[in-house]
Design a protein around this ligand. Structure first.
Ligand code: HXC
Length: 269
């Protein structure tokens, strides 16, 4: 992975809470926000994953805590947000990276399977945003009234921009997340100076999600042309840094596609 082109202090003094921030793309964003000055609270369901992520962040000198919880549960979301502010004194950045996923043909997907992914991705994202709002607001409790409002970053995908095999539930969920991003950007950007953006990663090679979701023959094809369509977690974290720091201060309501242009490709005619 390349060195970051951003200065190490661009997020100095900021506090970030990341759901799903203990593994995969979520962890890489935790790491890079931390390396650029932010204090990090990581929320996740699995204690072991949280413990090892937090230990790794702390070993790099990044102030970090792990908070166990399920984004589907309002009481967990509330407890985690409150614990973050209690520990670090404020909340500036919320990254919604928690997601559920599995490959299944639409005809074999039970309504409860569909609902489960919608609950984790969509309801979970909305619930976290809702609970975090009072701290992200300009002048909200625990914030310096002179500073600007906070940032929400929702991790989306590219599969719903067209259509994807065996991921009808995830496509529906990510489409809804993009909608949340735009609507919250409108309402909370106008009322509270909070920017709400998303990132839609393409194929990111060094993640468990890629191994799990891309069938072996697709992986072989993609891996044979990595410069074009295979990204790294680092690519996503750099986009997150851009959106989180002042460089992105005029960007609101955008879901940035970071996929090397893969989603709009088609066979040459
Ligand atoms: C079909 C499945 C299934 C599967 C679960 N279900 N797994 N159906 N195929 N492989 C159904 C169950 O049968 C059940 O419905 C319902 O979903 C709930 O299942 P539970 O196991 O009780 O749910 P839960 O314990 O809450 O777990 C939910 C989970 C989660 C979504 C399966 O454990 C999970 O996905 N964990 C992995 C997270 C992950 O991979 N994250 C990375 C995401 S990467 P019934 O009807 O039987 O009751 C990503 C990238 C997107 O998001 C972009 C890709 C390009």
């Amino acid at each position: 992975m390349a060195e970051s082109p951003f200065k190490a202090d661009i997020l100095r003094g900021k506090v970030a809470l990341l759901t799903g921030g203990g593994s995969g793309i979520g962890y890489e964003i935790s790491l890079q926000l931390g390396k650029h000055g932010a204090s990090i609270a990581v929320m996740g369901r699995r204690k072991q994953v949280l413990d090892s992520a937090v230990a790794e962040l702390q070993s790099l000198g990044i102030p970090a805590i792990g908070l166990q919880g399920d984004v589907r549960k309002k009481e967990d979301a509330n407890r985690v947000v409150e614990a973050t502010v209690k520990h670090f004194g404020r909340l500036d950045i919320l990254v919604n990276a928690a997601a559920g996923n599995f490959l299944v043909a639409a005809e074999d997907l039970s309504p409860n399977g569909f609902k489960t992914v919608m609950d984790i991705d969509v309801l979970g994202t909305f619930t976290m945003c809702h609970e975090a709002l009072k701290y992200l607001k300009k002048g909200g409790q625990g914030k310096d009234p002179s500073s600007s409002g906070g940032l929400i970053l929702n991790i989306s995908a590219t599969l719903h921009l067209t259509a994807s095999w065996y991921q009808i539930h995830v496509s529906a969920a990510k489409a809804a997340i993009d909608s949340l991003t735009r609507n919250l950007a409108l309402e909370w950007g106008t009322d509270y100076d909070i920017r709400v953006n998303g990132i839609a990663p393409g194929y990111i090679g060094d993640t468990p999600g890629f191994t799990k979701l891309a069938p072996a023959e697709i992986r072989r094809t993609i891996e044979s042309m990595p410069l074009f369509i295979l990204g790294e977690k680092w690519d996503i974290a750099m986009a997150a840094l851009y959106l989180a720091c002042d460089a992105g201060k005029f960007v609101n309501g955008l879901t940035m596609v970071v996929d090397g242009g893969q989603w709009l490709t088609k066979p040459r005619t």
